[in-house]
Design a binder for this molecule. Structure first.
Ligand code: RFL
Ligand code: PHB
Length: 390
């Protein structure tokens, strides 16, 4: 079998890239390790930058996103019993974010792919990229007990942090930079109206809490928990009690509780692999970098990587120029590191660190005060939160 591009992974980065390539007549096969149902069951991101929304529109599949996505002009920070609004729209010169679940976006992109008959192999086992340091790369995989080989021009490694693409690169060719944080986020999804029409990022002596949403009737909440915490230890009642304790009284009183239909714990880490290109293998999204979710940047970085890679492939096939491909890694990494910095900063600002010195706590309180009282500091936050330009 021969394809122009093989995409490993059917998360948002693989699906976005596949659809954009399809629209300009470039033939791409997606190989996904899991089943379609499993991919669609993962509850993850919720905040989309305008650039991400623009990319989804370019796939022609933004109908539901445009109709149901919630446009947000601001966020709130809550601490010391008070709520402070940050006017993202005004401070960023007219930009905003859109709240729309990653699960819904994935479903839209998968449906669009199926509608045009573009092929995805689900439950592809032992996927392995080969020969990417030559002009004749290929990918092997096992499906239904049969080993297949696909020859191609390029391989896009869109297979997330635990994928094979990054691990297929010889250790000496890659540098990694990492920081883990000594806590996790326990997330809960429930069919109840959100506590407020905007997101609330709350910093409290008991730990961080986040009030987010998926729709006017569906809420997504998170509380900071210990890194080794088990989800079985958290009844819904315990979660709601803990969430309310960490919010200012007026917000706590406005929380509508109800049975959860999803609860999970995610660890927090920052990770970057450099470079993001190895010959004819290109890493995209979580395969190359991870950010803690505090800045709502993971999915948006996957989208900006896709933007750079798509433009480079378009240029290659359209004009036979490799300039975009050569620039891919430095371009993508420049934006990645800015989002890594912002996500790290938001994480430090809002979480309780178990080993924080009294001095560090004083500085953290001062920074919260500064960012909610200085227009310049708030504008820097807003510029990053709505998304830096591509
Ligand atoms: P994904 O989504 O991990 O998809 C990778 C796909 O590759 C498949 N795969 C393989 N396929 C074939 N062979 C192999 N060997 C394979 N190994 C893996 C996997 O099954 C999977 O289908 O990566 P992608 O596409 O790069 O997308 C990245 C985003 O999913 C991620 O960055 C975001 O979810 C992060 N994130 C957030 N990002 C935001 O922009 N805004 C947010 O508000 C936000 N909130 C979050 C988040 C992530 C969270 N968790 C769970 C870590 C909130 C949370 C709690
Ligand atoms: C979410 O809605 O899942 C969400 C929102 C904002 C974040 C992280 C996650 O910073």
């Amino acid at each position: 079998m021969r394809r122009q591009v093989v995409i490993i992974g059917s998360g948002p980065s693989g699906l976005l890239l596949g659809q954009l390539l399809h629209r300009i007549g470039i033939d791409a096969l997606i190989l996904e390790r899991s089943s379609k149902e499993h991919v669609l069951s993962r509850v993850r991101a919720g905040v989309l930058e305008e650039g991400t929304v623009g990319l989804v529109r370019a796939t022609g599949l933004a109908g539901r996103l445009d109709a149901q996505g919630l446009r947000h002009d601001g966020i709130e920070f809550a601490f010391d019993g008070q709520r402070h609004r940050i006017d993202l729209h005004e401070l960023s010169g007219g930009k905003r974010v859109v709240v729309y679940g990653q699960t819904e976006l994935t479903a839209d992109l998968m449906a669009g792919r199926e509608a045009v008959g573009a092929e995805t192999v689900y439950e592809a086992a032992d996927v392995m990229p080969h020969g990417f340091d030559t002009d004749t790369p290929y990918v092997t995989y096992v499906h239904g007990g049969v080993t297949h080989r696909v020859d191609c021009d390029f391989i896009a490694g869109c297979d997330g942090y635990h994928g094979i693409s990054r691990r297929a690169v010889p250790a000496g060719a890659i540098s990694t930079f990492e920081r883990s944080y000594p806590f996790g986020w326990l997330g809960l999804l429930a069919e109840v109206p959100p506590v407020s029409h905007e997101l609330i990022y709350a910093s409290h002596p008991r730990g961080f809490a986040l009030c987010s949403m998926r729709s006017p009737t569906r809420s997504r909440y998170y509380v900071q928990c210990d890194g080794d915490e088990k989800v079985e230890n958290w009844s819904d009642q315990r979660f709601w009690d803990e969430l309310r304790r960490r919010l200012p009284a007026d917000a706590a009183d406005a929380v509508t509780t109800g049975p959860s239909f999803e609860k999970s714990i995610a660890g927090l880490r920052s990770f970057v692999a450099e470079p993001m290109r190895f010959g004819r293998l290109f890493l995209c999204g979580d395969a190359a970098h991870i950010v803690p979710p505090t800045g709502a940047k993971g999915l948006n970085l996957a989208a900006s990587d896709v933007h750079y890679l798509f433009e480079a492939l378009r240029e290659f096939y359209g004009e036979r120029s490799a300039a975009g491909l050569d620039a891919y890694s430095p371009r993508a990494l420049a934006r990645v590191w800015k989002a890594v910095r912002f996500s790290w900063w938001m994480t430090l600002l809002l979480h309780r660190f178990p080993d924080a010195s009294p001095f560090a706590e004083k500085l953290r309180a001062t920074e919260l005060d500064y960012v909610t009282t200085s227009r310049h500091a708030a504008a820097a936050l807003a510029e990053n939160y709505v998304g830096l330009p591509y």
